[in-house]
Design a protein around this ligand. Structure first.
Ligand code: SF4
Length: 101
């Protein structure tokens, strides 16, 4: 193998390692104890929502089928514009839930 080939291979490997590093650096998850999460009643599992406080909540409602969820289909977590710089669980829920059309 020529030196040039080795160099190209190293460059490709280096670039893909960098790319995967970027993918792995997902935003931190919203904690139920975060101030805005508390004010919106966010929970990491829809079933844990405060039913007395949010009577319209149903356990079928969750971030994964909310119009505001920015994660890809099948993802376990994704962005939500209500929690900038953080991600929510696909199984989560908050009182701003809006059914995806
Ligand atoms: S607005 Fe929707 S996606 Fe965002 S946390 Fe609430 S239920 Fe989840």
């Amino acid at each position: 193998m020529t030196n040039r080939r080795v160099f190209i291979l190293q460059s490709v490997i280096g670039t893909s390692a960098l790319a995967s590093g970027v993918v792995m650096a997902a935003a931190p998850l919203v904690a139920e104890t975060d101030a805005n999460a508390k004010s919106l009643g966010y929970v990491t599992e829809s079933a844990k929502a405060d039913q007395a406080k949010y009577p319209k909540h149903t356990k079928e409602q969750m971030c994964a089928n909310c119009a505001l969820y920015q994660g890809k289909a099948g993802s376990t977590q994704g962005g939500c514009p209500l929690y900038p710089g953080k991600e929510v669980h696909s199984t989560g829920w908050c009182s701003a839930y809006a059914k995806k059309a």
